[in-house]
Design a protein around this ligand. Structure first.
Ligand SMILES: [Zn+2]
Length: 131
């Protein structure tokens, strides 16, 4: 694991692409990559038609790039080992906790991400009740 996660990702031939938050709000970040000869993607990657070897990230999280890319890349590696989408997500988050738990900027990111996710879901719930 190099110090610069973006360099490591680009060395594998992947492109990091920023997209507007409204496009990415349900996912924050997602991917469609070939890793160790396996295609690693998910429903979001398919729905958004992400080209091969791209990782898409919401513009909203640009200032937290190193954390979000670390999470996505760990998730990709767990997926390649055979873990399912949800398990790989939690295992990747555990790697983030191990690596960043004492990093105040990461803790700020986790809180902002949580607020953003809850607001997003709550907005959808309210919309359903109104209609
Ligand atoms: Zn994840």
């Amino acid at each position: 694991m190099s110090e610069n996660i973006r360099e490591e990702i680009e060395r594998l031939g992947y492109r990091v692409v920023y997209k507007p938050h409204p496009v990415m709000k349900d996912y924050n970040a997602t991917y469609n990559v070939i890793y160790e000869g396996k295609r690693i993607t998910n429903n979001a990657g398919i729905k958004l038609k992400i080209p091969t070897n791209e990782i898409w990230v919401s513009e909203k999280w640009r200032k937290y790039e190193k954390y979000i890319l670390f999470h996505e890349f760990e998730e990709i590696k767990f997926r390649a080992m055979g873990y399912g989408i949800e398990d790989a997500h939690y295992l990747a988050e555990m790697e983030c906790i191990k690596r960043f738990r004492d990093d105040p900027q990461w803790r700020e990111f986790v809180v902002e991400l949580h607020i953003s996710d809850v607001e997003n879901v709550a907005f959808d719930i309210k919309k359903i009740i109104k209609t």
